[in-house]
Design a protein around this ligand. Sequence first.
Ligand SMILES: [Cu+2]
Length: 797
Amino acid sequence: MQSKLWTAILAAACLITSAQGAPAQQSDVSMSNATGSVDGVLKDPSGAVIAGARVELRSTDTNFHQTRISDHLGHFSFISVPAGAYELTITASGFAGQVLGPLSVAAGAELTEDLPLKIAVEVATVEVEGQDVSSIAASSLKVQASDASQSHNSADMLADVPGVSLHGNGELATIPFLHGLGDERTKIVVDGMTVSSACPNHMNPTLSYVAPAQAAQVTVLAGITPVSLGGDSLGGTISVETPAPAFAEPGSGLHESGVFTGFYRSNGTNWGGSLSEAIATEHLSLGYVGAFTTTDDYTDGAGRKITSTYAQSTDHALTLVGQYGRNFFAATGSFHHVPFEGFVNAFMDLTHNNATSLNLRYRRTFNAGSLDAHFYWQNTLHEMNFLSDKVAVDGMGADMPMNTHGRDLGYLVRYEVGLSARHTFRAGNELHRFRLDDWWPPVPGMAPMMGPNTFININNGRRTRLGTYAEFFTHWNSHWSTLLGARNDTVWSNAGDVQGYSSMYAADAAAFNAENHSRTDVNFDLTALARYDASAHAAFEFGYARKNRSPNLYERYTWSTNMMAASMIGWFGDGNMYYGNVALKPETGNVISGTLLLHAQASRPWEIKLTPHLNFIQNYIDVDVASMSMMGMGTPLLRFANHDARIGGGELSGFATLWSNDSAGTGRLSVSGAWLHGTRTDSNTPLYQMMPLNLRLAFDEEAKGFSGGVGAEMVDSKSRLDPNRMELRTPGYALLNLHAAYQTKHLQGGFRMDNLADRLYELPLGGNNIDIYSATGMMTPVTGRGRSASINLTAMF
Ligand SMILES: [Cu+2]
């Protein structure tokens, strides 16, 4: 029993002092202007600091109440605290909650106390990738089962996050953009794992491999990213974590828990569900998550069926986790199967995508730090062809198999240590290797256009990135903290020789094969970020980051200028024709950004966050027009090429609590808006696919297990258009949604109605409707989903 109840010390004790700037009206007993501060460092009995703990300071006689999260050094600080009596509640992952008090905060007196903190050990601290970010610009999304069942895919869950815009790409493969930089310009990691798109149309981006039901937390860092979470990124980092494992409490026998979810959405007859189950002892936990979703084509606001929007997928993941003292390990094996997924904005559909992956993690905590190691592997088999909608629009029972085999392999090791009470040092090394084969078997009777040989699009493509970084986090005083980091990523890429279907492709193949394909990029990233906590109500953060992304294998090594072959390349959903450029240089972004946070955590909390940002990008991978109109198709042939660019913008987000009390519950108004302006600087033309000005407003109410709300999304017209890509204008629109849910201890049921007024609108980042183009020769933007009602049910057992 004694070994379970450890005694720890709030080291540096609790320094309870008067603030220097407070008026020294000591004789005034009411002291309404007098403020003090509460500082401390949380340590466990072994002296290791406790990071990420929730520290609540609550007045015992007024409604003053504030919360802090302890930083990497276990440090927390409350400033401008009115004089009075307080209680401090400490909740740390893995430790029982602890209440300390009464504490006396007084003006004009300096007092140091040693407060013994008893902590019962329940589980080891599980610190997940991306959680140890002290940036106020970061957005962290805790995924609830009901959120998961309301999203078509994991990227859709980010719709409300400031700075994120979503590029429509199949029903299961939405691609998030951060500050106008999307797809592989944004670093996306799932439990520390990086997976490259193994498809010339990016039908299988990283987030398509994690079902919404498998995600527990998503952290979004747009713009300035700590180098520890960077590498191969221009836009920022999105980190997805799966749920932390449950363990049995000591002496309580086996722990068993599970969650079942089911949902149905009317538009497109979309239904599915998930099942997760965990069984655990004190030291070992075995978990399973399975998810299934299937959907038919949706209808837009004009009642038209949008062809090639059907899809189905199945996911299974099995995780074994162990914890012994300061050691934690996890092994996850997963299988992802998509039998079909239509792509209305591509010439091809996905007809098969199977991925098998393994992710191993090990973590050890030391007295003043921790060591994390990951190893991962994924094997992806991807096939494209035409599904029934496309066969119907082409009217000829067309067949064109295209196969891709991708293999991702990587490790990452990170070490973090508290050098002193104020300084934390982090260093890491990581490797990601992607191997790619992309080939298109001959179609009988279709030579020389599609036979008699196999078309080799990418032959034994290899891209290996080795990254190394070092980073210092310093908490100078209760006002200032800084983050400084540098990293190097060396990227080696190469690909073998190619061939076309027939001699009509021979000239391009010969020209490509004559080139030296081996390229080495040496990239240096820097991050310098400073944060100033002016008071309990205002904080300001600003900084600079230099970030790099090396070209992907499709940008460098696709080679055919043939109209048909080039129309198969590209992940922009636009029907344009693309081919690669071996000589491409890495893209280098220089980001300047700041975030102003104003907030209050009184009885009715509110918050306003404003983030302006500016990114000067050298060698942005854009396109050169090789030919404006091939054989009367009216779409340009484009070659990837480096050009300088600039993206500026701003985000505003916030919320206000309108009321909060025991009888009427809570009412909250929230807002999130973003503006972007992207320009290619050498030609002074608009950058491609920049999300227009947009604003989201929501009113939500919660009381006694009931929650409900209304939301509005307003998007301006997209009128700044890239002339080289023949980008189409999309008009502005406004959509309304409503939702309601009721929750008991074990059950939750929800109802939601999207696009309430059944508006017809065009998606600014949804690409063009290629099915309509194939049938009529007219290029039009893809229209969004019309009114859709959905219900979901979650049971926890
Ligand atoms: Cu594909």
